[in-house]
Design a protein around this ligand. Structure first.
Ligand code: FEH
Ligand code: ZN
Ligand code: ZN
Length: 358
């Protein structure tokens, strides 16, 4: 790689496979910050981007993939603020307008101007219509998007910026539902890259009994290692099994569905207690009919949490730094990105898939 150039895993045009190629290394201007990438996670959303038909996503090709990034500040533009050169950081991935009340509160995942930004195809953030971190360097628009990670290993820090943050945001959303007197139970459906972190975050931040469901024995083993109180393979009677395990057969107080398929939503509805909470995180294409005196228990609240806020990223990084959260990873060299992406697509990845520049 000659000076002024860098490797990047590029989304060249819709429907084409990812291309590992060389591009110009960015130069930070104004508030921008250049990060030397130390690790970049691979997410199911990368698969959705790669498989999207033209016009489906509000992004202009070509761009570099990678929205789950950690590294070291390499260079700052003259007006840049935030972490200094040499500091190790995780990159907050949802890049909003930076000015609306949501962005001002650090909730750029819910930027009020998202539709306006999408209309002019400025992208959702790194690797999502903007050049991302599956590369040797990543240019970040502002130091406000960087969270210091201290000496946390990069392959641990990067997944926190998406998988960890998304799981943390989902748990934060249901936490107020959990009875303060304790005795609550939460079902985690899907113990993959996000679900295994949700199990740990629930154990670290609530007193709830954590009940895990997956279709793979190895996922249940991972859930157990992460502190789940109970795990079961998905079966026709799983809702009843969860209701019994929740204590008293009344149902679980909350469900975190990291699959979001028809069967996972059906299981969630069958397992939920009246007045319980369902957070649908996975984009598995499932649908629910919301109708009074329908299939949903009375009083149920449904949320569709998306990514997380910058303060929450600081909180989940703090949990990891104190040892309360550990990411299960499968590491691949950046030069093996196509194989890593195929492995995630195969459904056999254990935990989170992470690329490390070789
Ligand atoms: C990113 C962009 C669009 C949809 C979903 C996502 C998630 O991977 C973010 O966690
Ligand atoms: Zn993602
Ligand atoms: Zn905004």
């Amino acid at each position: 790689m000659s000076t002024g150039r860098m490797r990047a895993v590029r989304m060249t045009q819709w429907g084409d496979p990812p291309a590992l190629t060389e591009v110009a290394r960015p130069i930070p201007r104004a508030d921008e910050v250049l990060i030397r990438v130390e690790a970049a996670g691979v997410c199911r959303s990368d698969l959705h981007v790669l498989e999207a038909r033209p016009g489906i996503l509000p992004y202009r090709t070509p761009f570099t993939l990678g929205h789950e990034v950690a590294g070291r500040v390499a260079e700052r533009g003259p007006g840049a603020t935030g972490p200094a050169v040499g500091e190790r950081v995780a990159v907050y991935g949802p890049w909003g307008c930076g000015r609306c009340s949501r962005c001002a509160a650090g909730a750029e995942n819910y930027c009020d101007r998202r539709k306006e930004l999408d209309a002019v195809r400025t992208g959702t953030g790194a690797g999502l219509g903007r050049d991302g971190g599956m590369a040797d360097f990543l240019l970040v628009p502002s130091g406000r998007l960087l969270v210091p990670v201290g000496d946390l290993p990069a392959a641990q820090a990067a997944p926190l910026s998406d998988a960890g943050l998304t799981a943390y945001h989902a748990v934060s959303g249901i936490r107020p539902t959990l009875p303060v007197e304790g005795g609550a139970s939460v079902a985690v459906i899907g113990v993959g890259g996000l679900g295994h972190l949700a199990v740990q975050i629930l154990r670290a931040t609530t007193s709830a009994r954590v009940l895990a469901v997956d279709v793979r024995e190895e996922a249940l083993a991972l859930a157990d290692a992460c502190g789940a109180h109970f795990g079961t393979l998905l079966r026709p009677d799983s809702a009843e099994v969860l209701r019994r395990r929740a204590g008293g057969g009344v149902g679980v107080d909350a469900v975190l569905d990291f699959v979001g398929s028809h069967s996972s939503l059906e299981l969630a509805v069958g397992a939920l207690r009246s007045g319980g909470e369902l957070a649908v995180v996975g984009s598995g294409g499932g649908e629910l009919t919301v109708r009074k005196s329908g299939a949903l228990p009375p009083g149920v609240r449904i949320s569709l949490p998306f990514w997380g806020t910058r303060p929450e990223l600081e909180e989940v990084v703090a949990l990891a730094r104190e040892g309360a959260v550990r990411v299960e990873t499968e590491e691949f060299a950046l030069s093996s990105a196509p194989e890593a992406i195929d492995r995630l697509r195969s459904g056999h990845a254990r935990g989170r898939t992470v690329l490390v520049p070789d």
